[in-house]
Unconditional design. Structure first.
Length: 362
């Protein structure tokens, strides 16, 4: 179905995926532009699509995978020969069709905007050379966080703007609830992956009898929970839960905990007015940045002495829980909302379409 309206910019947006947690952003963005979204199937990478896609044209392209590379031959016919005002593409060096189209299509490089995390784990010399040649001739770059935008500008002199990646709308921010009780209640929401190191929270509950933990998300049933923790309810495992069904769990929690890699969980905590404690030894997604801005606690979850010291501090300074929560939510409300994110995208599209320069790279 086509949703195109007159006098709006036409934008071709190529994403790795367009799962359910991206739907609010896409609906907000199509208020400003005629939006066509191209993505690979969510199910191919164990993500969930939205129940409905509203306001934009969605084209799903299967991905052919070979030796760690991705190919989408159907992307060629969708892009070539069309008169898009702006072309915005997730920068993923494994998607070779995107790189081929960019390098081949000099005629539309002035409308081509790279988008995403930009810098991956691999930063060897050949990768740096490829990245530099992709970025420096593009129309601009939309990044997940301000430090990435600054790095892009410093290295390549490219117009780079942070849209502050999030999945929270302004209307989603809630008044926090803090119950009076003894002990400490810790919450984790997300997928069970090795890099999340959730076993550290289970070990913490084993050592500290007044610590309660809830682990919510896909794959949690595979965690090995000691029988005594499960029977006493001190560690609860709950399958994937979304939307307002998460409200009572965040209301139950004193603090959100990320013992390993963290990403959008930071903004989930902000949505509910709860603070977040984050492992300071793990490599994090760009969404960890608002936690830095809001001075959230970062500790070494591998160091039992440091963790125990932190737990004791919390028991004697419970007012810090509310302070962290309020501070994180205030930062998120100012510039980590779906509305802010869509407006930054639109301003970049408008600048590219009109030939103007973005006001800043931060």
């Amino acid at each position: 179905m086509s949703y195109k309206k007159k006098n709006k910019l036409s934008v071709f947006l190529v994403l790795d995926h367009a799962p359910d947690y991206r739907e609010s952003f896409l609906q907000e963005l199509c208020k400003y532009v005629n939006l066509t979204v191209v993505a690979q199937p969510c199910e191919q990478d164990f993500l969930c699509p939205p129940d409905r896609r509203i306001g934009y044209e969605y084209i799903e392209l299967p991905t052919l995978r070979f030796e760690g590379t991705n190919w989408q031959p159907g992307l060629v016919r969708l892009l070539i020969g069309k008169s898009w005002d702006a072309i915005c593409v997730d920068l993923n060096l494994r998607h070779l069709t995107r790189l081929y189209l960019y390098l081949k299509g000099r005629g539309y490089r002035k409308r081509w905007i790279w988008r995403g995390q930009i810098f991956g784990h691999n930063d060897n010399r050949p990768i740096r050379w490829v990245r530099r040649n992709l970025l420096k001739y593009s129309a601009g770059c939309l990044t997940y966080s301000q430090p990435i935008a600054q790095r892009v500008f410093d290295l390549f002199g490219v117009k780079a703007v942070s849209f502050n990646n999030t999945q929270v709308r302004q209307e989603d921010f809630r008044q926090p609830v803090f119950d009076t009780h003894s002990g400490l209640r810790l919450l984790f929401v997300g997928r069970n992956q090795p890099r999340k190191k959730l076993d550290r929270l289970i070990s913490l509950a084993m050592r500290c009898s007044d610590v309660h933990v809830r682990l919510i998300g896909t794959g949690m049933e595979s965690l090995m929970i000691p029988a005594e923790l499960s029977a006493s309810g001190r560690v609860a495992v709950i399958s994937r839960t979304i939307g307002k069904d998460l409200d009572p769990h965040f209301d139950w929690a004193d603090l959100v905990a990320s013992p390993g890699h963290v990403g959008l969980l930071v903004l989930n905590a902000a949505q509910h007015g709860k603070g977040i404690v984050i492992d300071n030894q793990s490599r994090h997604a760009p969404e960890f940045w608002p936690a830095k801005e809001a001075a959230q606690p970062f500790i070494n979850f591998e160091n039992e002495y440091e963790i125990n010291k932190f737990i004791d501090y919390m028991k004697n300074h419970r007012w810090k829980l509310q302070e962290w929560g309020h501070r994180l939510q205030d930062v998120a409300k100012q510039k980590y909302s779906i509305e802010y994110m869509a407006q930054v995208h639109y301003r970049m599209f408008e600048d590219v379409a009109t030939g103007a320069k973005p006001e800043s790279h931060a």
